[in-house]
Design a binder for this molecule. Sequence first.
Ligand code: 3EB
Length: 328
Amino acid sequence: MVQGCENVRPAVRRAPHVSYRLTDPETMLQQVGTLAVFGFGSHVQGSDDPRWLGVDLEALQSRAPLELWQVEGPVIHGRTGDVQWSSGEGWLFAAVTLDEAAHGGPRDTAASAYAQLCGFVASRRERHVQRIWNYLADINQGEGDTERYKQFCEGRAQGMGSFFEDGFPAATAIGHHASAARLQVYLLACDEPGGRVENPRQVSAWRYPRQYGRIPPSFARAMTLPAGDALAISGTAAVVGHASAHEDDLPAQLDETLVNLEALLASAGMPTGFDAQSPLKAYVRHAADASAAHDFLQRHLPGVPLLLLHGDICRSELLVEIDGWRYA
Ligand code: 3EB
C-alpha cells in the first residue's frame, strides 16, 4: 500500500513521569523537565513557583513524600488570572485554587474554577484534558440535592459548558478538612487526545440515576494517555453498578476497589497488577483507618508506591477511594 503524507502521524507524546519522592520543592523545581510538584497538608513548606501546588489534604504518613510530574524537556510556566500553569513537551499542568468565601459556595466556586480552566486550556495547543483532580471542603455536608458534592457537580457542569462534549476526562473529587473552604482543581492536558476507558463493572458516572443528584458526575473511569504508555486512573471506590457496596466495611471496600482497579486495567488493555512504577493514592475517610488501609494495600500491592491522604469520599458510606497511574 502506498503511504501518502496524510498517513504521517504527529509525534506521540510520551507520558509524564509521575513519582513520589522524599525531597524538598526547591530541589525538584530546579530540575529541567519538572512540570509540577505537589505537597500534601498544611505543614509543607511551599514555593511561589506556579509549578508548585500545596494540596489541602493531610498526609496520613509520618514522612510524606512530594508528588512529581516530569517531562523530557524544558518547561515554561506562568499565571493567567487565577490559573497557575506550566507546559513542556506537549504537556500542560494547570491549577486553580479559589476561596469559597469570595465566590459564593461550592456551586458558584466550581463554575468559576471550571470556566477559568476551560477558557485557559482552550487558548492552548495542549487542549486535550486527560485528567482532573478536585479537592473541596466538607464534601458530604448537606442533605439530598443540597449536599455540597452535588452542588459542586452542578457548578462543574455549568463551568465546563460544552468544552467536554466529546467526552469527559478521568477525575477525582475528594473532600478536605482544611480550615479555609478552598476549592482546588488541577489538571493534566496534552496536545494529542487520550482514550477514555470505562469499567464494565460500573455504570458510567455521567449515566448515574437521579438519586445521585440532578447533574451526574462528569468523569471517565480512566484515560489512556496519547502514546498508550500510561493509564490515568480516576478515583475508584467500592461502587458496583451504580450502588455503593459493603457500607462501612473497610476491608470489604478495599477488596472491591482492587477488583474495580483490575477491571479497569483489563478494560484498557493494560497488563494486570500494579508495580513499583505505578504510584497510587488512597484517600481514607477516617484517620483511624490509615494503618489498616496501609497494611492491606502493602499486602495486596507489594512494592507499589502509596500515598495515604485524609480525605472524604463523595458518598458518605464510602470509607476509601484509590486513584493513580499504571505505566505500560
Ligand atoms: C464514584 O465511583 C465515586 O465527581 O469527579 C470518583 C471519581 C467519584 C471522580 C468526580 C467522583 C468523581 O462515583 C466518586
